[in-house]
Design a protein around this ligand. Structure first.
Ligand code: SAM
Ligand code: SF4
Length: 335
């Protein structure tokens, strides 16, 4: 009698199933956010960056190994030439349940409907402030109105879910948390607050002094909104609350104050083709080398991915009060 073969799954040493891949498709960006990049960045030469074809092959290998959700991010993913074709191809991988992107919103005004057509279901848009001057100061180059028009454009086109991401820094935008939630409520979309992570060296602020915990944000919000805890998970590290009487959910990504490593289900593909097993550690496998040494050999590629699970660390080692141990920026890693 023939038994059905069990579904393939990626499982690490701690029994965690990895079913979520984040891919940084470019280290380039039209912004230079103070917590993410230095003002003067040197970007990678083209030959060091995965081609779109290589990215697709790796995405397919992961899907064949049980990954159900892929997030395309960067740098700014929408500034890479060919991104729509890549999204369309990844979106057609049958076993994937979800294709999502994270963007700074600068290109959405013109790209919203193309993204929908390409098969993107959910969009995360970074928005740290509603004050145009502050927006310029945080992003160093960005135009707030352009992003707000982009948000309206994705709303008009209609996606399954639109979520804002806000990194909150004390002394910069911490007084705006209620206004940001009110904006999300008015637009009928969700919002997550992120504690800053010590990735790469930044010069504009002291990360320890700028630390503003999720607990403080919750206290601030409680003065204006009624938040109800939900058990909902969206495959990421956020814990969610519903704003009572509205459609809006508020998420908190709290790498410092609420460690979420025990439920970690994700790995990241860096722009250079390094499979990074943990955002807060350097454990990685060079999938670009595997792919370039064994062109179109899916068996070798998939085995390298399976083997990589053995070095996924138990938890991140972030310490906001020390100089970063992790010298790579979020833009290379895929936030
Ligand atoms: N450019 C896109 C954007 O800004 O949404 C996608 C890439 S960006 C690296 C992804 C997310 O990482 C953004 O929401 C950004 O705010 C967040 N981020 C960047 N650097 C961070 C840091 N040091 N700590 C926490 N979040 C960070
Ligand atoms: Fe660019 Fe996103 Fe980093 Fe800002 S957070 S510099 S928009 S990659």
């Amino acid at each position: 009698m023939a038994y059905p073969t069990p579904p393939v799954r990626l499982i690490d040493r701690f029994g965690r199933t990895v079913d979520y891949l984040r891919i940084s498709i470019t280290d380039r960006c039209d912004y230079r956010c103070v917590y993410c990049m230095a003002e003067d960045m040197t970007f990678l030469p083209r030959e060091q960056v995965l081609t779109l074809e290589e990215i697709y092959t790796i995405a397919k290998a992961f899907a064949e190994l049980g990954v159900k959700k892929i997030r395309v991010t960067g740098g700014e993913p929408l500034v890479r030439k060919g991104v729509l074709e890549l999204l369309e191809k990844i979106g057609q991988i049958e076993s994937l349940n979800e294709l999502v992107i994270t963007t700074n919103g600068s290109q959405l005004e013109t790209m919203a409907s193309d993204l929908k057509v390409a098969g993107v279901k959910r969009i995360n848009i970074s928005l740290d402030t509603l004050d145009a001057d502050k927006f310029k100061a945080i992003t160093r180059t960005g135009d707030l109105q352009q992003v707000l028009r982009g948000i309206d454009a994705v709303k008009a086109v209609g996606f399954e879910r639109i979520k804002l991401n806000a990194v909150i820094l004390k002394g910069s935008n911490h007084q705006e948390v209620c206004d940001l939630v009110q904006y999300a409520v008015d637009k009928g979309i969700d919002i997550s607050f992120i504690e800053e992570m010590p990735l790469g060296v930044v010069t504009k602020h002291d990360r320890s002094e700028a630390y503003y915990s999720s607990a403080l944000i919750k206290e601030d919000l409680a003065r204006r909104f009624s938040l109800e805890a939900t058990l909902e998970k969206t495959g990421g590290p956020s814990s969610y609350f519903k704003v009572v009487g509205t459609q809006t959910r508020v998420g908190f990504i709290s790498p410092h104050s609420e460690n979420f490593c025990s439920t970690c289900n994700r790995v990241r593909l860096t722009v250079e083709g390094r499979l990074l097993l943990c955002l807060g550690n350097e454990h990685s496998v060079d999938l670009k080398a595997v792919l370039r040494e064994n062109p179109s050999d899916m068996v070798v590629l998939k085995q390298a991915i399976i083997d990589a699970m053995l070095i996924k660390p138990e938890k991140h080692e972030f310490n906001i009060h020390e100089q970063p141990v992790i010298l790579r920026y979020m833009s290379m890693t895929g936030g």
